[in-house]
Design a protein around this ligand. Structure first.
Ligand SMILES: *Cc1c(COP(=O)(O)O)cnc(C)c1O
Length: 493
């Protein structure tokens, strides 16, 4: 069962949690308890899809095995431009887990190619025929992956809010050219946190609730359990690959380094650990928005800082939603504690967790942050020395891995989660490598290809000539009004 982090008696089955997205009390659905019930030794030699089946059947117990198999078959197919779905790339100091072979070239595709299928099945179980309206806030990559996953999916409509200034030009063009009759894309004059707040507020806004007629609001953000669970799979599959390559023996501890924004990806790693994966440390890598680095080191989460826009925009976040789930789990499902911390965050802009909880947290997590300069150096050095190309987010994590190793002397293998194709951030990546400043991102993409010889993903090279469909831009204060209006339109259908 899944219970809300703000009211543990709000308890639902996984398919209901997937329909609801955020709990109506504002909390996040979190597994009530997790047992170490997946033995990595049983996964050796299995395909990505087979490992996904084991993980999903364990975490989504109310779905039948055939239903899960069906979802997996429809999600992890030739939409992914790699037969292994998530391959592992060896570099001198560790491994890169390439999570960006999906249809929009970012790791969000892993969960957002399967979420529509999980949601459709959930709907069949409930025998419902209202419209699910997916409200999604994006720092750049979730938006396009969700638009692609939900385009023309029956009984669904999707609205994506992105920060007008902050996403990369390619991310913006990807979203604005989306196809599908049930999609809508809106720019917000604000940052990601403003977009996320809008989406979270909508589920309890009177204006929005009054406008719902045969419409249910859900979310494709990582606050949805259906996002989180599919992300557990690649922690297991990459571990298996290291065993198969004889780098480790089954049971050996390894580290994962995760470029982190909303804390969804790294939380999936923590769930993998609780399920039985031998993980030593999950290393939380941040950019200059280093609120999580400070929190994991000191126990104080403080918003009293400036929001910065960086070369790794998908991590330009100050309010990491999924951290709430970690607090809930570490406190032994103490909803009163979580409510108190969230109240402090809202009213006092900071909170501090008790010392015992901090040391429990530090048993599993370490944290480092990477400056813009170190990020650029990391990209250039890896390309010049090893001819390997990475994007700006992955570089933040690779630099964090180097810092962790230097600090601790830990020699256990490290897997860095490589979360996007470098071509999504062509201008910046090119500039890191060659110092050229080509303002047009599509020209920069061509030039990056000329310099590196690395293939450009088809969805990105084809983007240049796609017509822009969505140009609407709103003030953040108008969010509830805009959402209510959209709900009324959908309800009339
Ligand atoms: C979303 C994203 C991240 C951060 O993942 P979270 O789950 O939000 O922590 C990192 N890198 C890229 C490229 C992303 O799109």
């Amino acid at each position: 069962m899944y219970i809300s982090s703000r009211n543990k008696s709000n308890k639902v089955k996984s398919h209901e949690a997937i329909i609801q997205g955020l709990a109506t009390d504002g909390g996040l659905f979190t597994p009530e308890s997790i047992k170490a019930c997946i033995n990595p030794a049983d996964l050796i030699g299995l395909s990505y899809q087979e490992i996904a089946e084991k993980v999903l059947c364990t975490m989504l117990e109310d779905y039948g095995e055939e239903e899960i198999k069906d979802c997996i078959k429809n999600a992890y197919d030739d939409k992914f431009n790699h037969p292994e779905i998530v391959p592992l790339r060896q570099i001198k100091d560790g491994y890169l887990m390439d999570l960006w072979y999906g249809p929009t070239s970012a790791f969000k595709d892993i969960a957002l190619t399967i979420l529509p299928h999980l949601l459709t099945k959930a709907y069949e179980k409930e025998n419902r025929n209202d419209i699910v309206s997916i409200l999604t806030a994006t720092s750049g990559d979730t938006g396009k992956a969700a638009l692609s996953g939900f385009a023309d999916v029956p009984h669904t409509a999707i609205t994506v809010f992105f920060p007008e200034i902050g996403v990369s030009p390619i991310q913006k063009k990807q979203m604005q050219t989306s196809i599908g009759d049930n999609v809508e894309v809106i720019a917000v004059k604000g940052n990601f946190d403003d977009c996320q707040r809008m989406v979270k507020e909508a589920v309890s806004s009177k204006e929005v609730l009054d406008s719902l007629h045969n419409v249910t609001i859900s979310s494709a953000n990582s606050i949805n359990v259906g996002r989180l669970v599919p992300q557990i799979v690649y922690y297991f599959s990459s571990y298996s690959k290291l065993v198969e390559k004889n780098v480790i023996q089954c049971g050996d501890l390894i580290n994962f380094v995760v470029p982190t924004g909303n804390f969804g990806d790294i939380l999936a790693g923590y769930l993998a650990k609780l399920l039985g994966l031998p993980v030593n440390k999950l290393i939380c890598a941040s950019n200059a928005n280093n609120v999580l680095t400070d929190f994991i080191r000191t126990g104080t989460y403080s918003l009293k800082r400036e929001f910065k826009t960086t070369m790794s925009p998908s991590m330009d976040i100050l309010i990491s939603s999924n951290l709430e789930r970690l607090l809930f789990m570490l406190s032994g499902n103490d909803d009163a504690f979580v409510n108190e911390m969230m109240r402090k965050l809202k009213e006092e802009k900071e909170y501090t967790i008790p010392a015992e909880m901090l040391s429990k947290l530090q048993e599993s997590f370490s944290a480092y942050w990477t400056s813009e300069e170190d990020c650029a150096d990391t990209i250039r050095k890896l390309f010049n020395e090893e001819h390997e190309l990475i994007d700006t987010h992955t570089a933040v994590a690779l630099a964090a891995m180097n810092a962790y190793k230097k600090d601790t002397g830990d020699t256990a293998p490290c897997i860095v989660l490589s979360t996007a194709s470098a071509y999504k951030f062509s201008h910046d990546v090119l500039q890191c490598i060659t110092d050229e400043d080509i303002p047009d991102d599509f020209e920069a993409m061509e030039q990056l290809h000329t310099v590196t010889g690395v293939e450009i993903p088809k969805n990105l090279s084809g983007l240049k000539d796609m017509p822009v469909r969505f140009t609407r831009s709103i003030e953040k204060e108008d969010g509830m009004h805009v959402i209510a209006q959209r709900m009324r339109e959908l309800g009339h259908d």
